[in-house]
Design a protein around this ligand. Structure first.
Ligand code: 13P
Length: 252
């Protein structure tokens, strides 16, 4: 059975004090929830990972990283390696977020290298991908997504898929308030699961969690999460307020 996951991507928000208080707020409320087969993840910025992890002790909250460099170590000023993350007990890393792709120029080829390093280092990867608005308007969204998966992940052996979570985030829905409809999300997630079946096997297709991201909020989470192939969400803006994030967790 695949896990349900609600993950908050805090992006470049929250200083140390705000980070601690947000973790504390989420921890307090989710204590009362029965979260069977459901994982709750938060991704603070690098400098606040340790502070967040300390506050998350004895809770269901897993603290994860937003990015990492593909090299093991070396002269890469400003970068963070997989070993550094592991040394502070981080077990999961987001790779390929659309902001990394579009603002920081991360290509499919580079992302494949990052994925390889993360898998070699036994980190779990939340791999993000999704089409631009013009791709959807020109009915090219399935091709774009297939291409991103082929280039970023389909070189992996099936065994590596134990460490992969997919996050479909249509770029036009990120931070815009415009959400893919539950039907659009389901259609794409079913397409992705089908690709996994074709490329790998039923087991990989059935056990890989596929999250939806893009303007998920308390008011729309339940409907999106109710779709068969949507296993949870990667939440940006709405994960910055404990009450909203917890409402989204409840929706799952
Ligand atoms: P929003 O929820 O703010 O649209 O962001 C989604 C996202 O980018 C999560 O990674």
């Amino acid at each position: 059975m695949r896990s349900k996951i609600v993950a908050g991507n805090w992006k470049m928000n929250n200083d140390c004090k705000q980070t601690k208080s947000l973790v504390k707020g989420i921890k307090k409320t989710i204590k009362k929830l029965s979260l069977e087969n459901t994982r709750v993840l938060v991704a603070p910025t690098f400098v606040n990972l340790s502070a967040a992890a300390k506050r998350a002790i004895k809770s269901k909250i897993e603290v994860v990283a937003q990015n990492m460099h593909q090299a093991s170590n070396g002269a890469f000023t400003g970068e963070i390696s997989a070993d550094m993350l592991k040394s502070i007990d981080i077990k999961t890393v987001i790779i390929g977020h659309s902001e990394r792709r579009s603002i920081f120029g991360e290509t499919d080829e580079l992302l494949a290298k990052k994925v390889n390093t993360a898998i070699e280092k036994e980190l779990e990867v939340i791999f993000c991908f999704g089409e631009q608005l013009e791709d959807r308007k020109s009915d090219n969204h399935f091709n774009v997504v297939k291409n991103q998966l082929e280039k970023g992940l389909f070189h992996l052996e099936s065994i590596a898929w134990n460490h992969i979570v997919l996050a479909y985030e249509p770029v036009w829905a990120i931070g815009t308030g415009e959400t893919a409809s539950p039907e659009q999300a389901q259609e794409m997630h079913a397409f992705i699961r089908n690709l996994l079946e074709e490329k790998y096997n039923t087991s990989v297709a059935d056990t890989t969690s596929i999250l939806y991201g893009g303007s998920v909020k308390p008011s729309n989470a339940k409907e999106i999460f109710s779709k068969e192939d949507v296993d949870g969400g990667l939440i940006g803006g709405a994960s910055l307020k404990a009450e909203d994030f917890v409402e989204i967790i409840k929706a799952i």
